[in-house]
Design a binder for this molecule. Sequence first.
Ligand SMILES: *Cc1c(COP(=O)(O)O)cnc(C)c1O
Length: 349
Amino acid sequence: MSSAILQIDLDAVLANWRALDAASGPACETAAVVKADAYGLGAGRVAPALARAGVRRFFVALAEEGAALRQTLGEAVDIFVLSGHMAGDTETIGELGLTPMLNSLDQVTRHFEALPGAPFGVQLDTGMNRLGMEAGEWAAVAPIVLGAAPRLFLSHLACADEPEHPANAAQLTEFHRLTDGTAVPRSLAATGGVLLGRDYCFDLTRPGIGLYGGAPFAAARPVVRLSLPVVQVREVLAGETVGYGCTWRADEDSRIATVAAGYADGLMRTLSGKGTLWADGTPCPLVGRVSMDLITVDVTHLREVPEALDILCAEQGIEALASAAGTIGYEVLTALGPRYARHYIGGAG
Ligand SMILES: *Cc1c(COP(=O)(O)O)cnc(C)c1O
């Protein structure tokens, strides 16, 4: 084993999807967000497993991601593009039958002129001020756009991971105000929104991070395990230092394992001197700086040094690693680099 192994439990992804689907109730459909290569886990394997389990609607960020997903999944699913219909996307959207979520007057014009009659949805801004038409802009185009039969109204919550935040109720009210009385299916909730309750779920939910085991879905089954091979073990005498900048000095004679992964593989440099790796359930402190391809770990207390140390495992999930690195689970997952060998388990085929 020379490269690190990223194990991805597709059964856990499916269990998480089913749990979120159950939470939103029988009247609401649950899609899957597989943008950024399914949050770094490999849309080529994750999306087919979800489709086999019955998922019929998928969301991606970019038309190019939608094109790749169409090749993977074929014609039987709906693929929504969150960035809408950008300049240069027309051919991809038209030929592959993607559904852009139109975000602005410019995008509405582009779509209606370039692909008249082609499916689309509408993204409305209810307060996040990132994507989507604002109330005034929407009012101006609503009669024309509604006449062209949008497939979906979508808006996105800014603070869904903080249930008490007043922005949640304010955005819910605004979404009702903009969309009540139309026959168009509606979607407001991503993972956090589903957990806010059924008022937030409308016709379709769009979980991403919850499928992959991240917060705020605290009950999620963990999906990833990351084992880093030990390249070398050395004795370091009391007073000697380890790594760039000589930032860690041994208080006593120590044994240091050098493992094969670093910040080029998405293990944030902010873990320097702070992270923990695990040897079959025993914690081992990361010492010194994280370098591009290597990490050094104090294994003095281990009776035997294993062939690999885990940095994502039962003892330390993506949220625990994220908080040690000063970031969020989303960034931990999407940073996982291309050098890991991805091993998939489960997923019914
Ligand atoms: C990324 C994204 C999602 C998925 O959000 P999670 O928090 O990962 O569940 C849903 N909708 C939009 C518009 C997004 O950008």
